[in-house]
Design a protein around this ligand. Structure first.
Ligand code: ARG
Length: 461
């Protein structure tokens, strides 16, 4: 039997397999709130412009509210034969209120309807994720304050480079997440235009008021081109791009957590609440949440690449390919929300093995740069010469199996006669850290100031 909404020119109904490939209700029912909000705004506008009567508008409004209550209560019967959320709701409306329900779709198409619903959905998702990123930033700042002076080895190439503080390291992620918030809010600003009233692709002959529906739905303005309005999905792509970059940041922190809590590193310990055991090896404490955050980053990027690939090469305007825009966006949103929540919990709970981190921060000749800098600042050697002298001293210490600070003054002076006992003051981890007072450097006072600035800025939002 032909489709109830568009079957007028059809004698027969779709094959079962046609219905299966065509229907989107299984996932786009997630748009029901946005769909009803869009229809309420559209109906109010139709009445105000005289396209439908006030009586019809009232009946539509009440009918839609009842439908919202049915969906909320779980009594709404979603039908695959009705394809998608738009036709499910519209058909139910006509079933409930008759003629008036059949007038709702005047001057509208599912093409502008779905574009509107989806923008509203992504806008809500951005607001929800922004609150979660902000919460994670706050947690990182609090832990950074606590560990502003806790030494840890800083790495390049994952080789010990120079001492930094654990707080400084955490604040690096705060900066990344701050930019992630910026990207999300940029995407939100650009997506906040209303496609509603673009109809199928060409606009409409009815005297509609697109400014009115745009305002009612919290959009800044209506979109300017009806073809663009129904065929553009770059708001979703931009959102997925921002999520992919954020997920990449979370994945890097997750990877570091995996490394830090491994036995050879033992820099941190995750709480029982954020660790799992092994079914065979009784000693294991596995960082599964961190590993899954790392993996979800891959899937979020997959969602971006998937949708980009769906969209490339589509001729204007709407094509059914675009129905496949929702699942990647929904899945990426869930993955991002879960990742942010799990990361917040892990960071909040983790305990720091300060002794172990301090020991590693001082090993591997981590203060060799400080020695070279001293030769430049005190003896006025050119940096390149100082680098060579220090390199020879490192070689000497390594051959003897000792640290730089364990070389004797005589051994040092054999390489550079100008060296005095003062040199030993700059070879400690604490001296190295305290000296890094350049803007953005790791000196504990800098770290405290940076975390404090973030906390103040967030409190003022
Ligand atoms: N379910 C469709 C989607 O998600 C709604 C738009 C359908 N439009 C159409 N002309 N068939 O894209």
């Amino acid at each position: 039997q032909a489709n109830a909404q568009w079957g007028g020119r059809f004698a027969g109904g779709p094959a079962a397999i046609m219905q299966d490939i065509n229907a989107s209700i299984s996932f786009d029912k997630a748009l029901w709130r946005q769909d009803i909000a869009g229809s309420l705004a559209h109906a109010a506008m139709l009445a105000k412009t005289g396209i439908i009567t006030p009586t019809d508008e009232t009946r539509i409004r009440e009918g839609l509210k009842d439908i919202a209550a049915e969906i909320e209560a779980g009594t709404f019967d979603f039908s695959t034969a009705l394809e998608d959320i738009h036709m499910n709701i519209e058909a139910r409306l006509s079933e409930r209120i008759g003629e008036a329900g059949k007038r709702l779709h005047t001057a509208r198409s599912r093409n502008d309807q779905v574009a509107t619903d989806f923008r509203l959905w992504v806008r809500d998702a951005i607001d929800g994720l922004d609150a979660q990123v902000t919460a994670l930033i706050e947690t990182l700042c609090a832990r950074a304050m606590e560990h502003a002076a806790t030494p840890m080895p800083g790495f390049t190439h994952l080789q010990t480079a120079q001492p930094v503080t654990f707080g400084h390291h955490l604040m690096a992620y705060v900066e990344m997440l701050g930019r992630d918030r910026g990207r999300l809010s940029d995407a939100r600003r650009r997506l906040n235009e209303s496609p509603l009233g673009s109809a199928a692709l060409a606009g409409t002959s009815f005297p509609i008021d697109r400014e009115m529906t745009a305002r009612a739905l919290g959009f800044d303005r209506p979109t300017a081109n009806s073809l663009d309005s129904v065929s553009d999905r770059d708001f979703a792509l931009e959102y997925l791009s921002a999520l992919s970059i954020m997920a990449m940041h979370l994945s890097r922190l997750a990877e570091e957590i995996v490394i830090w809590c491994s036995a050879p590193f033992s820099f941190i310990r995750l709480s029982d609440a954020f660790t799992t055991g092994s079914s065979i090896m009784p000693q294991k404490r596995n960082p599964d949440a961190a590993e899954l955050i790392r993996a979800k980053g891959g899937r979020i990027t997959g969602a971006l690449v998937g949708l980009l690939t769906v969209m490339k090469g589509l001729p204007l305007a709407y094509a059914k390919d675009m129905q496949e825009d929702k699942e990647p966006v929904f899945a990426a949103t869930d993955a991002a929300a879960l990742s942010l929540a799990a990361m917040d919990g892990m960071v909040r709970d983790l305990s720091v093995n300060a002794q172990q981190m301090r020991a590693c921060a001082g090993s591997g000749f981590s203060t060799a740069t400080d020695l070279a800098d001293w030769l430049v600042q005190v003896l006025k050697l050119p940096f390149r010469t100082a680098h060579h002298v220090t390199g020879r001293l490192v070689g000497k210490a390594e051959a003897r199996g000792v640290d730089l600070s364990q070389l004797t003054l005589q051994e040092m002076q054999a390489e550079e006669p100008g060296i005095t006992a003062d040199i030993f003051d700059v070879l400690t981890v604490e001296a190295s850290l305290a000296s890094r007072t350049s803007l953005g450097g790791t000196a504990p006072d800098n770290v405290r100031a940076q975390a404090g600035r973030w906390q103040k800025a967030l409190a003022a939002e």
